[in-house]
Ligand binder design. Structure first.
Ligand SMILES: *[C@@H]1O[C@H](CO)[C@@H](O)[C@H](O)[C@H]1NC(C)=O
Ligand SMILES: *[C@@H]1O[C@H](CO)[C@@H](O)[C@H](O)[C@H]1NC(C)=O
Length: 415
């Protein structure tokens, strides 16, 4: 493996040098600024029209493909309180003027709508017309995203129940927040319906199951999970996260969460640790993923990784955790590249390992961990390995890295 890794390093380094050169100030054609706004949180581009939408603090923008401002819509601040439920906010609560921080912004191409979710009112979403974001906006009273300025949220649309790949749902990963009596009702990971009649409700529910996963009530206050990126690939949806190595650990690691699209009960919920280790630096571990992107490899990278140019590749920028505050990134970072093929193989190996009766199921922050039991493989099919229990594999992926300062690699952040 030594030589291909070296080649990969050069290929990626060249790509970065090119990006750096391409983004010098001479090459900026157009800019959009609003000095009155605190921060831009998310940006999406309509792949059909080229229109640009920006979710910001207290604002939502619709821009032309040339970045000319078409519409600026005010979304906050408003009187709010953590004690208010999503439906009720009476004068009995001590409310204060609160910013609406955009937590998610996605285009639903099936219905040609813009979905935008903000931190106000327990994290609700609105559905808007892509032609004109101020026309016929519909606000849905359902707690979907994080309800404060800093807690993480990741949302994306991909196939899901009841009838994938025809039916689409919104996959959402949310950090649990303290201080409100209502947050225990918001799942950490869920698939939300995009049907007009049950917009943003959990796509499938039964008494104890459904398309949702909660961190259990004993663990959630001291087991923070940060959702960094989400994507779909070949029948599965994935979330990249940072979390503790296990409950009671003071070490933080990056983990990849996966659920099968064709799973109404999240029985296929599985996690694997993601390692980003620099052999060149004597095994230095970059443990905290900061940003990621799934795309296709160029032909050189594809041939180095032993995949085709059509195969998905996950690019992740990782930081080394600050020695003093375990989940705070330090200034050093690395880029790691993972073919999705290798990721799928790793999930499969882990699941087979547990099916053979070895090790623990893990993930005790969801439900108590059990010994893996030898399982006759009636449920095993080529694409779908399912457990009636969430499963956390132990083995992690080894991979090639590119080292840099954090700001050099920041340009790789797709947001
Ligand atoms: C968008 O819709 C609003 C409300 O109907 C209207 O006042 C505004 O002129 C429209 N803007 C554009 C650019 O079409
Ligand atoms: C948001 O919630 C998290 C978890 O409860 C907390 O750690 C963080 O400080 C909160 N952020 C703000 C800005 O209140």
């Amino acid at each position: 493996m030594k030589r291909p890794l070296f080649t990969l390093f050069v290929a990626v380094a060249a790509a970065i040098a090119f990006t750096a050169a391409a983004s010098s100030s001479n090459d900026i054609i157009k800019t959009f600024t609003d000095r009155k706004v605190q921060a831009f949180n998310h940006l999406v581009v309509d792949k059909n029209t080229g229109r640009v939408y920006i979710g910001a603090v207290n604002r939502l923008y619709q821009l032309s493909p040339d970045l000319d401002l078409v519409i600026s819509e005010k979304t906050g601040p408003e009187m709010d309180s953590d004690d208010c439920s999503v439906l009720e906010c009476t004068s009995a609560f001590s409310k204060k003027l609160t910013d609406n921080v955009n937590k998610a912004l996605v285009i639903d191409y099936t219905t040609t709508r813009l979905i935008s979710c903000g931190s106000l009112f327990q994290g609700i979403c609105s559905v808007r017309n892509l032609d004109n974001i101020s026309e016929g906006a519909r606000e849905v009273r359902e707690a979907v995203v994080a309800n404060n300025a800093t807690a993480s949220t990741v949302a994306f649309i991909a196939p899901g129940p009841p009838n994938p790949p025809v039916s689409q749902v919104m996959y959402v990963g949310v950090t649990f927040t303290l201080g409100s009596p209502y947050r225990s009702e918001v799942p950490a990971v869920s698939s939300r319906s995009l049907d007009k009649d049950k917009m943003f409700t959990i796509a499938q529910t039964a008494v104890t199951t459904g398309t949702r996963m909660f961190v259990n009530s004993l663990a959630r206050e001291r087991y923070p999970i940060t959702y960094v990126y989400g994507f779909a690939s070949e029948g599965f949806s994935y979330f990249l996260t940072t979390q503790m190595r296990h409950t009671g650990s003071n070490q933080f690691i990056s983990k990849l969460v996966r659920v099968c699209h064709d799973d109404e009960n999240y029985y296929s919920y599985t996690e694997i640790p993601m390692d980003c280790i620099s052999e060149a630096q004597g095994g230095r571990k970059y443990n905290l993923v900061q940003a990621a992107y799934v795309g296709k490899a160029g032909s050189d990278l594809a041939s180095d990784l032993g995949i085709t140019a059509q195969d998905d590749v996950l690019f992740g920028v990782f930081s080394e955790g600050d020695p003093a505050i375990a989940n705070k990134p330090s200034d050093l970072s690395a880029l790691c590249v993972y073919p999705l093929k290798a990721i799928r193989r790793k999930f499969m190996q882990n699941i087979k390992h547990c099916f053979s009766g070895k090790g623990q199921r893990g993930l005790d922050f969801i439900s108590p961990s059990l010994q893996c039991v030898p399982t006759v493989s009636i449920y095993i099919t080529y694409t779908y390995l399912r457990f009636a229990h969430p499963y956390g594999g132990e083995a992690a992926l080894p991979l090639p890295v590119l080292i840099g300062r954090r700001r050099d690699l920041a340009m790789l952040d797709p947001d």
